[in-house]
Design a protein around this ligand. Structure first.
Ligand code: ZN
Length: 590
């Protein structure tokens, strides 16, 4: 009995002390490579499986990140080589003939800037651990440290705690893998907001006004208490990459990386895009990092993680992003109404909304469609998820007389679900909806989440909050195609299903060479139909597989500038009140 207790204590003690030390040498960065070393603690297991993730969080796509690894080595603590073999594309099995600590080494090729996984060059390195630092299942919960050997002028920053220059620690690998490291030469800013520390680091030259951006980020982060009652972090880091051929952003535990082309920080519409993106990633700190669909808890880095709720993780985040800008005074109501008009246009010109539900798009995000199929036969979790969130928000407000909004649903998710423990399901969301409103939302869910949304009646949606959608600009001829001018004519890039061009039989990659017999070579795409009226019939000469042909299109009609969302002529007090409860800003003109 005593012996047992002694053994148990020993085991407990060793598991507390056990930790995994990661290091990366970045002193020859110009060839986009680094040398990684990992020290795993002593184990008496017969072998140790060391793995590189197949994907990284925030991008629901298999990336096979083991593809950057070469010159893998394994030794014991004394430096004696250990035998190893790969047992699948991402796993190295190291044989342990006797109890031993294990030292792993490998070269890493890091040249995936736009994927926001790993990038090393002579000015910086961006290291998302899922693409850099291997893990072993039995040590996933152990404390870790990371040390970087970098060129003299480089400084390192991460959401993780730092114990010395270029050194970080975390309670476990899951924190490391959700806390990317940016190291190199940067512009760096710090601010405090509401007693929390924020840091902004910018890599790369660009047409940005850094102090202005920092001042605006400070305003955004001050707005989240309109949705959630607390903060899941004490310190937060915005990492911004300004570069070539990049764009997009990724959320992490208490940090984000935002990428923008160098000249995309101005003018205002592009700058607003940056602020919306920053807001989106910040909202994710709650929605997907703190509370997360059960299919993603814990993250399984070896394979696809399935959930029918990515539309909440992404779409609801997109829905909330501009609300923070509105309340912070960074976006005008008119600019916000323009984003609603875009959503309306998108619904009208995304035939996939009649084909795929947001639940289905969520589950299948790992194999999401591209090219023409992306909108003709599919919806995406961002735009369609945002639309469904909008519809749910207005339905909640309307049915409860403004008492309950979609914000309350997210506050409840925040209070009840900590992704370090458990995730939430559709059933949990339905239970929250029922609890908040005293009625069942099963039917609503079946019609809007589990079935395709279809064509939305936006007048009915907008009227309760005192808004309406109207045609913007004169009616013009419409074919339903888009294209790009090239040497031989105009190459079609998309053809909307059900549009006049679709019905005539056109498909992407057809090259339009003439309209009514007149050559279009050298003409920009936008002028193809100039002078043609809606309802007119045009003969379109085209080339496909190098053979020419002619098809007849009966042109349709659309408003020149799409739709516009504006206040109704005379709003009632009830409409104004519901608008205020919806966006937490006064009704226009009040
Ligand atoms: Zn997102």
């Amino acid at each position: 009995m005593k012996h047992w207790i002694a053994l148990a204590l020993l085991a407990a003690a060793s598991s507390v002390e056990a930790n995994v030390d990661y290091a990366i040498d970045l002193t020859v960065p110009e060839h986009h490579t680094g040398r990684v070393s990992i020290a795993f603690p002593e184990t008496n297991a017969p072998y140790l499986d060391v793995k590189m993730p197949a994907w990284r969080t925030g991008r629901y796509q298999i990336l096979n990140l083991a593809n950057g690894v070469r010159d893998f080595t394994a030794t014991d603590a004394q430096g004696r080589p250990l035998k190893w073999q790969k047992i699948d594309k991402s796993t190295w099995r190291v044989q342990l003939p006797r109890p031993s600590a294990v030292r792993i080494g490998y070269d890493l090729y890091a040249n995936q800037l736009a994927l926001r996984t790993r990038h090393i060059d002579d000015s910086h390195a961006y290291l998302d651990a899922s693409a850099v630092f291997m893990f072993a299942d039995q040590y996933r919960d152990d404390e870790i440290s990371v040390s970087l050997k970098v060129p003299p002028a480089w400084k390192s920053v991460s959401g993780m705690d730092s114990t010395a220059a270029n050194r970080f620690v975390a309670d476990n690998w899951d924190i490391l893998v959700d806390s990317p490291i940016e190291t190199g030469i940067h512009e760096s800013f710090k601010f405090d907001e509401g007693g929390r520390d924020y840091e902004v680091v910018i890599w790369g030259a660009g047409n940005y006004d850094a102090p202005q951006a920092v001042a605006d980020l400070k305003k955004i982060v001050a707005q989240t208490d309109t949705i959630w009652s607390g903060y899941p972090f004490e310190r937060y880091v915005f990492m911004i990459h300004s570069g070539d051929n990049i764009g997009g952003a990724t959320e992490h535990r208490n940090s984000t990386v935002i990428q923008l082309p160098r000249n995309y920080f101005q003018p205002r519409d592009r700058y607003l895009g940056l602020l919306s993106t920053a807001s989106h990633e910040f909202v994710h700190t709650w929605n997907v990092k703190h509370y997360r669909p059960a299919g993603l808890v814990p993250y399984n880095y070896e394979t696809e993680n399935y959930t029918d709720l990515l539309w909440v993780a992404e779409g609801s985040t997109s829905y909330f992003e501009d609300h923070l800008l509105l309340r912070a005074g960074l976006m005008t109501p008119e600019e916000y109404f323009a984003t609603l008009a875009n959503a309306i246009e998108r619904n009208r010109h995304t035939p996939g909304t009649k084909v795929q539900s947001v639940a289905e798009a969520s589950f299948d995000e790992w194999i999401s469609a591209s090219g023409d199929r992306a909108r003709n036969a599919s919806v995406n979790i961002y735009a369609e998820g945002s639309l469904v969130s909008w519809m749910l928000d207005l339905a909640l407000l309307q049915q409860t007389g403004g008492k309950v909004s979609y914000r309350d649903v997210h506050q409840a998710l925040y209070e009840r679900f900590d992704a370090d423990q458990r995730g939430y399901t559709s059933k949990d969301m339905l239970a929250i909806l029922a609890e908040l409103t005293g009625k069942s939302w099963q039917d609503w869910w079946a019609r809007h989440v589990e079935s395709p949304v279809g064509s939305v009646d936006f007048d009915t949606l907008l009227r309760p909050v005192g808004l309406k959608a109207i045609a913007d600009g004169p009616t013009i001829a419409w074919a339903g195609w888009s294209g790009e001018a090239e040497e031989g004519g105009v190459r079609l890039t998309t053809v909307e299903r059900g549009s006049p061009a679709w019905n005539a039989g056109f498909t992407p990659d057809d090259i339009i060479v003439s309209i009514d017999g007149k050559p279009v070579v050298g003409q920009p795409f936008d002028s193809l139909l100039s002078g043609r009226r809606p309802g007119a019939t045009v003969k379109v000469g085209y080339s496909r597989r190098s053979e020419s042909g002619e098809k007849t299109i009966v042109l349709g009609a659309v408003p020149k500038d799409g739709v516009k969302v504006i206040p109704v002529d005379t709003a009632t007090a009830a409409q104004k009140a519901l608008f205020q409860r919806w966006l937490l800003i006064p009704y226009p003109g009040e």
